[in-house]
Design a protein around this ligand. Structure first.
Ligand code: SAM
Ligand code: SF4
Length: 343
């Protein structure tokens, strides 16, 4: 499609008519796990501290997004967002904005048992905790750390603090945990958590993603259907990345139990995407797979006012591509890995 003039619209619209209302804010690129689909075992060179937005800068950009750009939902992520010392204050300041955004967090769960009550009190609404296996040895192989008990404690702590529905994100890797879909669902149902599987994406720093090795949404569904009665979810999907199914005969925390599959690769949902991303070093990304970023930190630190920051952000989002293009022969993986983008 030919570039066209951006209409005078205050929101984060793009040339394909999508409106970004869901902002993913990465609070750090650091992490205490080394999930093989994300980071190499030895870790990565972290962003230099001066490059990382301060708490006040993060809060200011969230304020611009909510007040001037129509963002209604803010999800904190990373890296591991629980490693950010100012997290609770950032959540509290975001919760004080009007209109009040829905606030959520994607975390590996380590330390969440301790932090959940304070985060809830600060205004956090929900959490997604990543859990790929229930087997301690597999966990250690997959994440290169023996932290499964901490993750399980984090999940329980989130539920106890009322950060519900607690969601679980799971990535299945061929030959590692690809047989665990039913067991993970059983675990989620038993504890009242809502499980979502995510197809592995080409976003690891090692660039080792291999489509032929990826466990597909169809495979995951077939494995679940062999043990559970799954019915299509009548609830409208909207811009949600997960396709969801009702699990027959099981009741969840808020009505019938559900399971979801995010088929980014085999069932792309780019046409309905409502996401914008802000990295820990203040770059706007219009897509997980974007190879282009727009710098807001420079403008922020050279004295731009809120209106100017909003103007730059709108221009950045206008250029969003129609789709991720992974199936295109010319596709190139973004140079920034998932841990530094914010998943
Ligand atoms: N550290 C936190 C966590 O693990 O939840 C937040 C950041 S992590 C990058 C966000 C989500 O992205 C996690 O659910 C993780 O499993 C997922 N993820 C990371 N790399 C991925 C990849 N290559 N493909 C699919 N999902 C990935
Ligand atoms: Fe850390 Fe999350 Fe990446 Fe795992 S997926 S290495 S927990 S940032």
């Amino acid at each position: 499609m030919e570039p066209s003039a951006r209409p005078d619209d205050g929101r984060l619209i793009d040339r394909y008519g999508r409106v970004a209302t869901d902002l993913r804010v990465s609070l750090t690129d650091r992490c205490n796990l080394r999930c093989s689909y994300c980071m190499p075992p030895e870790g990565l060179p972290w962003l230099p501290s001066p490059d990382v937005l301060t708490d006040d800068e993060v809060i200011r950009l969230i304020r611009v997004a909510v007040r001037l750009l129509g963002v209604r939902e803010v999800r904190f992520t990373g890296g591991e967002p629980l490693l950010r010392p100012g997290l609770t204050r950032i959540v509290a300041e975001a919760a004080a904005l009007r209109p009040r955004p829905v606030l959520s967090l994607t975390t590996n769960g380590i330390g969440l048992d301790r932090l959940a009550p304070g985060l809830r009190e600060a205004g956090l609404d929900r959490v997604n905790v990543s859990l790929d296996t229930l087997d301690g040895e597999r966990f250690a192989r997959l994440a290169h750390r023996r932290r499964l008990p901490d993750v399980l404690a984090g999940l329980a702590g989130a539920a106890a603090a009322g950060l519900t529905p607690v969601k679980i994100n799971a990535v299945l890797l061929r030959g590692v945990n690809d047989d665990e879909a039913p067991a993970l669902l059983r675990f989620a149902l038993d504890h009242g958590y809502e499980l979502r599987f995510i197809e592995q994406m080409p976003l690891d720093a090692q660039q080792s993603w291999d489509r032929a090795q990826m466990v597909t949404a169809a495979e995951i569904l077939a494995a679940l259907q062999a043990e559970f009665d799954l019915q299509p979810d009548p609830v409208e999907r909207g811009a949600a990345p997960a396709e969801t199914w009702l699990v027959g005969g099981v009741t969840g925390v808020q009505g019938p139990a559900r399971v979801g599959v995010i088929g980014t690769i085999t069932r792309p949902f780019c046409g309905d995407c409502d996401r914008a991303r802000l990295t820990a070093d203040g770059q706007v990304r219009d897509c997980l797979f974007a190879r282009h970023e727009s710098d807001l930190r420079g403008a922020l630190r050279s004295g731009a006012d809120d209106d100017e920051l909003a103007r730059r952000w709108r221009v950045a989002m206008w250029g969003k591509r129609a789709g991720h293009g992974i199936d295109d022969p010319s596709f190139l993986q973004p140079t920034r890995p998932m841990s530094a983008i914010g998943g």
